[in-house]
Design a protein around this ligand. Structure first.
Ligand SMILES: Cc1cc2nc3c(=O)[nH]c(=O)nc-3n(C[C@H](O)[C@H](O)[C@H](O)COP(=O)(O)OP(=O)(O)OC[C@H]3O[C@@H](n4cnc5c(N)ncnc54)[C@H](O)[C@@H]3O)c2cc1C
Length: 282
């Protein structure tokens, strides 16, 4: 099976943090994945997509499993079957080019289908679960199973995947036909809005904290005067306070320490316990 030892963290995650991880493995199909997971029973491992929601520390001593070969895609009119390793923004653009709407919100989310379903990724009031029909998974006993939309138990940035060891293999989306030029224009607008509001010029993993009832994490952080606060090369973005950016050679520990500083300050100032949206792997 394809694997890389001592892989650079920055090659597999969007934060592009400094350091190496022990091993990353690339199963080519479900059979190889099952064999791999069988051999890893009782050991530490983690499935990763595009690493766009991860703070990966070099002390992580488990095996990373990347599903880049699960990249099948099959259009059947407005019903689309797509592999877990497929790029979400690429998928959004391909659907738009076929005049299929529903994925405009996903155009600027740099994850994979599997990562987006795990997170129930969303933006601008829409979530991936809105357009999902069903998902094929490997369950905790390594059986292939199809879960319907309701069985995915999705809510804000949450799904059944966060509470099990299920692996997302592929998904079926049910989309609607629309006007191709309008959909493409909406995508261009969303990408421009993101460029204007988000620090896309630096590596990051998107929003650091979730928004809570009645508050926007970014607004609280900005109000507390934390923009520009730095630990090593990890910095609270000057452009968007709910982003931490890597200004060069940040380490996972720099990001983690900066998160602690933010959490402490917001607890003191607003008595709010900020909830992390990003995931720390160490
Ligand atoms: C610039 C930028 C903007 C962003 N904007 C948004 C946004 O608007 N909305 C939003 O929701 N997110 C946003 N994100 C965060 C991130 O892109 C999403 O959460 C995305 O869905 C993560 O997908 P991924 O493939 O990178 O997952 P990863 O970061 O690799 O993994 C995230 C989690 O998913 C799990 N996972 C991945 N694949 C599978 C699988 N096949 N089966 C089971 N579990 C799996 C991993 O184990 C991990 O727990 C942004 C990130 C960046 C860098």
């Amino acid at each position: 099976m394809e694997k890389i030892s001592n892989a650079l963290i920055k090659d597999y995650t969007t934060y592009k943090l400094d350091g190496f991880i022990k091993e990353i493995v690339f199963p080519k199909d479900v059979l190889e994945l099952k064999e791999l997971l069988e051999s890893l029973k009782g050991k530490k491992y983690k499935i990763i997509g595009n690493g766009s929601n991860l703070i990966l520390d070099e002390s992580y001593d488990g095996v990373l499993i990347n599903l880049k070969y699960f990249n099948n895609i099959e259009f059947n009119d407005n019903i689309v079957k797509v592999g877990a390793g497929y790029s979400l923004p690429k998928f959004a653009l391909e659907c738009a080019n076929k005049g299929l709407s529903g994925l405009v919100f996903a155009a600027g989310i740099p994850g994979t289908i599997g990562g987006a379903i795990y997170m129930n990724a969303g933006a601008y009031g829409k979530e991936i679960s809105d357009i999902l029909e069903s998902v094929t998974v490997l369950d905790d006993n390594l059986n292939v199973k199809v879960l319907t939309k309701n069985e995915l138990e999705t809510s804000y940035r949450d799904s059944i995947f966060k509470h099990t060891n299920y692996v997302c293999l592929e998904a079926i989306f049910c989309l609607e036909y629309g006007d191709k030029e309008t959909i493409l224009k909406e995508i261009r607008e969303i990408i421009e809005t993101r460029k204007a509001k988000q620090p896309l010029e630096y590596p990051s993993a998107g929003s650091v904290f979730k928004n809570g009832e009645g508050y926007s994490a970014g607004r609280l952080i900005e109000k507390a005067g934390l923009k520009g606060t730095r630990v090593g090369d990890a910095e609270v973005s000057l452009k968007h306070a709910n982003f931490i950016v890597n200004r060069g050679n940040a380490k996972a520990l720099d990001v983690i320490n900066l998160i602690d500083i933010i959490k402490k300050k917001i607890k003191e100032e607003d008595n709010v316990d900020l909830i992390l949206e990003q995931e720390i792997l160490k």
